[in-house]
Design a protein around this ligand. Sequence first.
Ligand SMILES: [Zn+2]
Length: 768
Amino acid sequence: MKALRTFSILILTLLGSGAVHAQTVDSVDVVDYDIALDLSGGNTLRGHADVTMKLLRPCPTVGLELLHTVDSIKMDGVAVPAGTTLAALPTAGRQTGEAFHVEVWYHGGSMVESYGFGGMHLDNTLSYNLGVGFNTDPHVYGRSLFPCRDNLTDKASYTLRIATKTGWTAECSGMRQSVETDTAGCEHSVWRIAQPVPTYLVGVSQSSWSRVEDTIHSLYGDYPLTVGYRTGRESNVRQAFAQLDSVVPRYEQCFGPYRWNRIGYIATPEGSMEHVNNIALAQSFIASTTERAQTTIAHELGHAWFGNLITCSEGEDMWINEGGASFCSEVAMEAALGRETSDDYYQRWLESVLRTTHITDGTYRALHGVPHQYTYGSTTYDKGWMVWHSLRGYLGEERFYSALNRLMASCAFGNIDAYGVRDSLSLYTGVDLTAFFDFHVFGPGFVDYHVEMATPEEGCLENEVEVHIRQQGVGTTNVMQQNRVPLTFYARPGFDSTSCKRVAVFDGEETRQVFSLPFVPAFCVLDADCEFSDAATIGSEDLMGDGASYNLPTAHMRLKTANGGHFVVEHHYAKPLGDMPGGVKRTTGRYWIVRGDWQPDSNDQAWFRFARTNGNGTYDGLDRGFLHQRPSADSLALMYRRDSRQGWHAVSFTHDGDQNNGYMTLRGLLPGEYTLAIVDRENLGIARPEYTEVQLFPNPLQPGQPLTVEVASEEAFEVTIFDLGGRQVWHQTGCRSGQKLSPALAKGTYFVRIENNFISLQSKLIQL
Ligand SMILES: [Zn+2]
């Protein structure tokens, strides 16, 4: 299910309620519904329902729920005593396990919840229902259509007998058994849902439908496809559903057979909703190939497994349904457009989840046990998706999909909760998922991993590298155990293999591990293949030194380089590690790690994005709680450290954009960590940030000649010289502008880095 409108409206209008309907689940089981709906009046409905049910335990009365007007009730063909209501039907004389019939005659009209989404919509162009209400309790909303036990767990078969308005046709859940038109031009059709489904998955509709028909050829069978639409061109509708040719076989490969015989969609003004065989899709998506339309079409079809085949036992585990279906959108995109595109899609959503979900849902929430008013919030949909995605990364694709096939088969047409998912997947994979679920499903927040390559120790082989990983919680004080952190090592240029992957497995808050690699690594990146929803997103680009600036939106950064090179930027939604110098009042809740392989140049430029809480909406929430005073009082600084062995210090920057949204522009980008701070400039000793140039004389440098560094800085600075391999060859502290230095270099090309609390600059030097 997906609403077109934003959830903030929902949250404002909802009152919290923890009501559960446990007693209705336990006392009785509905086996079958036979429902006749006369919709020929257009704006009215007349109904007759024959509900076959069984007592599961002795109880004096059983109830059915219905929001329309009841005309009469019979039990096993006998009229109930006067005064009997649908909510309390006497069961005297009926044995546990024995089937009995309740017949209800009723009438009504439109029955739509206060949110405007769920319920029965009857108007002059279209009649349709949506089986879930945002503002209703319970959210399942079958009672807006027929008398029922309205919950997630009572699954039954259905026969639907629909009489339409003159000239209209019906599109419904189930397989159409028969259709005929009477002399008045009303269509009479019978539909059968043979598979057991809960009440909210039954969809009926009537309109002057145009129909696109096709067949989807898949792994376990051929499935008829019908799309009912009222506006738009047939060719565009066909194009919108063309992705299903690759998506359905991929879904079957990942999750097992499609068990619903046919695939159907109808276009509805409010949408979207995953009724079995009759998905209600928002009208604007029915003939559209936009990303939003395509991912919604895929999401709703994904419910054929997540939600419709295996249904969460309680609304508190709605992430199984909705997070699973949103994960399906990513799987579909991979099938239709390739992994690079789906990885990018995932990264953009992960960025959004890290930035906004705890704001829209009030706080960082655990997936399991979300309160009623947040059942359909971003935690359920988006973080739920991230966690299914992470389970795939954690278990490995083959093992994960194989286990999902088994889960879908063993729990088919049943219900499951978070514990059941954990235990099933653990059983089918042989991997104990207790720690994973404790952190990601039963606990709130995210884990951030800070990864650093250590300088090789003496005695270490050249291709052995030590990696130091520290985790910190974001929105949680929990510590993730049984960590599996994917690391990608990149070789220096000239090696045959350019990268290789290792997984660091460890318990606790930090680890040091030595990895043996086929090459000497230049740098190491956390989760370069986007396998895992930790608190970092990645922006990666092979840049040309062509003067163009490149945007890395998922890393909130832009880059322009003089020489080009390979850049990977990790953007962490977590506090920067390490102590800040005096004068720093606070830092923002995020930091960057710039990694890569390039020849630094003082003309390189990097733009670091910042956004005030009430920004222009594009990146709302980015620096929430950080920039809260007027710019004159909030003095922004850009902080840098090469790694944990060096302290944080302020670096020069210029300002791009306005005071609310923009970039802090740095010249002379160096690898290392960056973050934003609010500083007391007098205490920090920075008069004002300004662009500073470094000049080396002479350059090229003749053998035996001294080197002079000129910088517009009154303060002393450090000079460090590196060879092209990034190895430090010379270092001197306490240098002053104009001072003569004697580095005694061998012939070659070098980088000279000049750093103090105000500047961090680099320039190329040639030694003849
Ligand atoms: Zn959904």
